[in-house]
Design a protein around this ligand. Structure first.
Ligand code: SAH
Length: 360
């Protein structure tokens, strides 16, 4: 059991079971012992690899996407460039290098980073040494104004609740003590009308035994993004893995050293993610006044943005070995068998912006 696991055992022994959303929030962002607060999870030596760490092409294309949105908005100056969960800062560094080509863009942007991890903030500071970002704990702290937002693999790290349909109705899934009193186990709260109300209407009649995930944290963030882009003008690009339509099933998973891991086995030492419910995000953003584009498979999105031309341009100046790496990276980002289908891109934009680049 990890140090955070022992603390959770204590807490549950004293105060009773906690929800999976509480568990996830503690495991990922506990101030001293959380997964993101204490380590660098990325790369071959870490626990997982993300698109910007696979290839510079990803960040570059997203940078050009931002420039295109900015121009469609009438090139506001200043404009806030916000990244949610910037990781090592790689995506934004690549994006800004590509966006430099657009006259006036770098002069207009004010960079705001939403990041929970002090360690990753340090890495972001280094990666973005040519720029002057501000850091925030959440989107609410970012000033109001016209904005462009990037969020790659951020929503999947936000806490989810799980509900299970029992013979007597919907019950929230909890984290309880195991039979030895020293480990963590899954439990079930009694059926409740509140649980039934939180399950999406489309899934209310799922068969007994079905599990459903709901993320109020994701919904309130989508609402806030929708409100801001509608009010001030702007666009947000959400790239994540998830489902386009509501579906039953538990997707909460732990990953450690690139291997699946028990969700309750190593709180604070393994990554936890859940698939993003894009339909729910879209509905929340639309209710807040925004237009929504997509979700679209990441592969198609990157192809429409011109990943092939970018790959060819890089290959033209590369050694044979580098050229092979570039092709492999392009395939990994776009192939249906790799990240191309499971990952999706969705834009939340001011209605006046029209259709952003990359979306049909
Ligand atoms: N976008 C990056 C990193 C993805 S990992 C990439 O594609 O490589 C998730 C990122 O979100 C990390 O930077 C993590 O520290 C941050 N994060 C996770 N939960 C957070 C929260 N609740 N508040 C702020 N940042 C969070």
């Amino acid at each position: 059991m990890t140090p955070l696991g022992r603390r959770l055992v204590h807490r549950i022994a004293r105060h009773g079971p906690i929800t999976l959303a509480d568990y996830m929030a503690e495991a990922l962002t506990h101030p001293e012992l959380g997964y993101y607060t204490t380590g660098d999870p990325f790369g071959a030596a870490g626990d997982f690899t993300t698109a910007p760490e696979i290839s510079q092409m990803f960040g570059e294309l997203l940078g050009l996407w931002c420039v295109d949105c900015w121009q469609r908005l009438g090139a506001p100056d200043p404009v806030l460039l916000v990244e949610l969960g910037p990781g090592r800062g790689t995506l934004l560094a690549d994006a800004l290098r590509a966006a430099k080509l657009a006259t006036g863009f770098l002069e207009a942007i004010q960079i705001h980073l939403v990041e929970a991890s002090p360690l990753l903030r340090k890495q972001q500071r280094q990666a973005l040494a040519d720029h002057r970002p501000d850091w925030h704990d959440n989107l609410g702290e970012v000033p109001e104004g016209p904005l462009l937002v990037l969020a790659n693999e951020f929503f999947d790290a936000l806490p989810v609740h799980q509900y299970q349909r029992g013979p007597q109705g919907w019950c929230e899934r909890l984290v309880v003590l195991g039979p030895d009193g020293e480990s963590l186990a899954f439990g079930l709260a009694p059926p409740s009308p509140l649980a039934a109300r939180l399950v999406p209407a489309a899934l209310a009649e799922a068969p007994v035994g079905s599990l459903v995930e709901v993320s109020p944290a994701c919904l309130s963030l989508a609402t806030e993004l929708g409100r801001r882009v509608a009010r001030h003008g702007g666009a947000a690009l959400v790239v994540d893995y998830g489902r386009a339509r509501p579906e039953a099933g538990a997707t909460l998973q732990a990953v450690r050293k690139h291997q699946p891991h028990g969700v309750l086995d190593s709180p604070g030492a393994a990554d936890l993610t859940a698939h993003v419910d894009f339909a729910a995000l879209a509905a929340a953003a639309q209710e807040a006044g925004a237009a929504v584009h997509g979700p679209l498979a990441q592969g198609r999105f990157l192809e429409t943005l011109g990943i092939e031309a970018r790959a060819q341009a890089l290959i033209a100046g590369a050694s044979q070995e580098q050229a092979q790496d570039i092709r492999a990276a392009r395939n990994r980002l776009t192939d249906g068998q790799a990240m191309g289908e499971l990952f999706k891109a969705m834009a939340i934009a001011a209605p006046a912006l029209g259709t952003p680049a990359g979306f049909p």
